[in-house]
Design a protein around this ligand. Structure first.
Ligand code: HEM
Length: 453
């Protein structure tokens, strides 16, 4: 079979290379497992497509933004396989792991819950929940910002996407379970053999208990909504109403449950981590914090922010983009070739593992000069035009692009504006940020002291 010529034409010939430092038998597995961020960041220096050995298998990290776009915009050739096949066993055939026609149907069905008007409608609840959360803060109090933002985002998700009347204690319990489940899914999808998670270890029992309880809580939300019959236009009612255009089939409770758990996993930790990173960056860059405060004060005066205020917060949005660049919550993902194809001058057989990494793109000095520097001005009008197409990729691209991207950016800007109009958050002296690459890139414990403005 002739390889499908699918690569776009480069301005210069594509270069390909091999990651250095492979060790016998394991290849680069230890580097990827133990220090993935510096390892991935180092690879673009070795080519546009770089071969990485994971034990006996070969994978290819795509480093050039045009090639990454090519991979993500051609899902028939570069399909969701590998870790997504494993995740399908844990999350069901829900939006983030489904493929082909099934994925197109789910995406069309769910999209209305993320329409810009719906997002605008959600913002009052987001601002409200944020005000309630910060209402209990005290001057001089130390908060773990990672935990605080995760708790806030869980409440926001419960209120916006599922419009639920679930009590606070249950939301907290669901949050606790979600952390265990999300971490467990990551470990299970990354585990090479698939044996360890079947053993009755304390960790596996904890995962099973958390998973069962989380599903019981979500099941209760679904039954309540079915009983009340209330239509809120949110994600849950969209799922309950969905009808297949040809068969007329509706989603059963199990399918709805899988979607809800998927959205909680995909949507809450990513946004919570982003917020924690943003406040860490503001707390450690006083000049940026001063500009954010000035911009918010000018746009809002004494009011709480609304959806309509967000276009006025250009510098604040630049801070958020710069945080997503430096600390992309979705730091690496993968595809598997469905047929023999050519990529960056290499011919790859069907079944080849393709990796793409926002971490590698965002820290590449050829795409972002002085890449480790926090520089929100990169995203202001004229300089933003200099950023190469596809170089900033926190939400992916193509048919699997994050369905919650606009919601996430809106929530983040609104929460930053609500908090920063009242409080400064100061890092506890001696705290060092150590991002933890797990299912998402997490900031780890982030103690910060509240100071009223
Ligand atoms: C800052 C926050 C977020 C980041 C950085 C982020 C990042 C991403 C990325 C990179 C993908 C594509 C993964 C791939 O190509 O393999 C993705 C997909 C997805 N995200 Fe997000 N996300 C965020 C927030 C959200 C929110 C708020 C929701 C929903 C409430 C959400 C739901 C999803 C879903 C369901 C998918 C799968 C889409 C599909 O395959 O069609 N995400 N996200």
């Amino acid at each position: 079979m002739t390889p499908a010529k699918t690569s776009e034409q480069p301005a210069r010939p594509w270069s390909s290379g091999t990651a250095p430092g492979a060790v016998p038998l394991l290849g680069h597995t230890l580097a990827l497992w133990r220090r993935p961020l510096p390892f991935l960041t180092s690879l673009p220096a070795h080519g546009d497509v770089v071969e990485v050995r994971i034990g006996p298998s070969r994978a290819y990290l795509v480093c050039h933004p045009e090639l990454v776009r090519h991979v993500l915009l051609n899902p028939r050739v570069f399909d969701k396989g590998g870790v997504f096949d494993k995740a399908r066993q844990l999350l069901g055939n829900s939006l983030s792991v489904s493929r082909g026609e099934d994925h197109r149907y789910q995406r069309r069905t769910i999209q209305p819950a993320f329409h810009i008007q719906r997002i605008a409608d959600y913002t009052a609840a987001v601002a409200d929940d944020t005000r309630t959360a910060i209402g209990s803060w005290r001057a001089g109090q130390t908060l773990d910002l990672s935990d605080t933002m995760h708790a806030l985002l869980m409440r926001v998700a419960a209120r916006t996407l599922f419009s639920t009347g679930v009590d606070e204690a249950t939301i907290d319990e669901a949050r606790h379970c979600l952390r265990i489940v999300s971490h467990g899914i990551y470990q299970r999808t990354m585990a090479p053999l698939g044996i360890m998670e079947k053993l009755p270890t304390p960790g596996n029992r904890r995962y099973d208990r958390a998973n069962a309880r989380l599903r019981q809580i979500v099941d209760g939300m679904i039954s309540d909504r079915r009983r009340s019959g209330a239509g809120h236009g949110d994600l849950l009612s969209t799922l309950l109403r969905a009808e297949h255009p040809e068969t007329g089939a509706r989603l059963n409770d199990r399918e709805i449950l899988d979607q809800v758990v998927t959205f909680l996993v995909a949507g809450s930790e990513t946004t919570a981590s982003t917020l924690a990173f943003v406040f860490h960056l503001l707390g450690t860059h006083p000049e940026a914090e001063t500009r954010v405060h000035a911009e918010i004060d000018e746009a809002l005066g004494d009011r709480s922010p609304t959806f309509e205020d967000l276009p006025k917060l250009e510098y604040t949005r630049g801070v958020i983009s710069e945080s997503l660049r430096l600390y992309p919550p979705s730091w690496m993902s993968m595809r598997v070739t469905a047929a023999e194809t050519e990529l960056g001058g290499r011919t790859l057989p069907a079944g080849t593992m393709i990796l793409y990494s926002a971490q590698a793109l965002h820290h590449n000095p050829e795409l972002f000069p002085d890449p480790e520097r926090f520089d929100p001005e990169r995203w202001l009008a004229d300089r933003a035009k200099e950023v190469p197409r596809g170089a900033l990729l926190p939400f992916g691209a193509g048919s699997h692009k994050c369905i919650g991207d606009v919601l996430a950016l809106t929530e983040t800007a609104l929460i930053v504006a609500t908090i920063a109009s009242r409080w400064r958050l100061r890092p506890v002296p001696g705290t060092t940020l150590r991002p933890e690459p797990k299912a998402t890139l997490e900031p780890g414990p982030l103690p910060m002291v509240c100071a009223p403005r």
